[in-house]
Write a protein that binds this ligand. Structure first.
Ligand code: SAM
Length: 217
């Protein structure tokens, strides 16, 4: 069973996403186990402080090294060989081929979610991979971590059900997007399903679908 841990100040954000639909099914099938590590539990002093102002000045606060190190070490005790992944706009841009290779690997993962202006740089000494979900800035690493976890877990063999469904999805060959799809009824408010899809001619259907797959940039 794959183990995925998340270090976050907001573990409750993950409840809905990881306990619904495919992610819930994956846990039920024992394909994956999720564990939340609340960074606040490793905060300093009676107020469990986790952030401080940056040296050299500047706006905002940074997550401090000490609670981050303690949280990563706690997650490592639970799963010593897990890869530590930092969510950061500076990281490797996430894409389907990377999700597929992480799903195919046997690695366990520890996702570290930054907040505020980010993290004390010294945490990088414990980090294996830095990952970004795109060239924009979000308030915290939780949404990126959820996105990445979902994209990996649904590709773990057995989780999706129809084993072929991932193989024909958008980006699965690295460049094309999925063709348009339709279901019942054949005509809806005057809008018709393309005739070829009703023809039963599999070769023609495959040709139509190939022609209508849009190339990704
Ligand atoms: N000051 C940082 C900068 O300019 O790059 C942005 C910090 S952001 C407000 C807070 C946290 O959200 C980051 O430490 C990171 O964990 C997460 N985050 C924001 N955008 C992200 C992205 N595109 N990909 C991955 N993580 C992101």
């Amino acid at each position: 069973m794959r183990k995925i841990q998340v270090i976050t100040l907001f573990p409750e954000m993950f409840d809905g996403v990881l306990n619904s639909a495919m992610m819930w099914k994956a846990q039920n099938q024992q394909a994956v186990e999720f564990r939340m590590v609340n960074l606040r539990d490793f905060g300093l002093g009676p107020r469990k402080r986790v952030d401080d102002t940056p040296y050299g000045g500047g706006d905002g606060m940074l997550l401090m090294a000490e609670p981050l190190f303690a949280a990563v070490n706690d997650a490592k005790r639970y799963c010593p060989d897990a890869k530590v992944v930092l969510m950061t706009p500076r990281g490797l841009r996430w894409k389907q081929s990377v999700a597929q290779s992480w799903a195919d690997s046997n690695y366990d993962y520890i996702f570290v979610c930054g907040r505020y202006e980010g993290v004390d740089e010294r945490i990088l000494t414990l980090v294996d991979i830095q990952v970004s979900v795109g060239d924009y800035v979000l308030t915290g690493g939780e949404l990126p971590a959820m996105t990445i976890i979902d994209s990996i877990v649904r590709l773990i063999p057995g989780v999706l059900g129809g084993e072929n469904s991932a193989a024909i999805e958008s980006f699965s060959d690295g460049e094309t997007l999925e063709y348009p799809q339709y279901t019942r009824p054949e005509v809806f408010t005057g809008l018709e399903v393309p005739k070829v899809l009703l023809s039963g001619n599999h070769a023609e259907i495959a040709k139509w679908r190939a022609e209508h797959s849009i190339k990704a940039e």
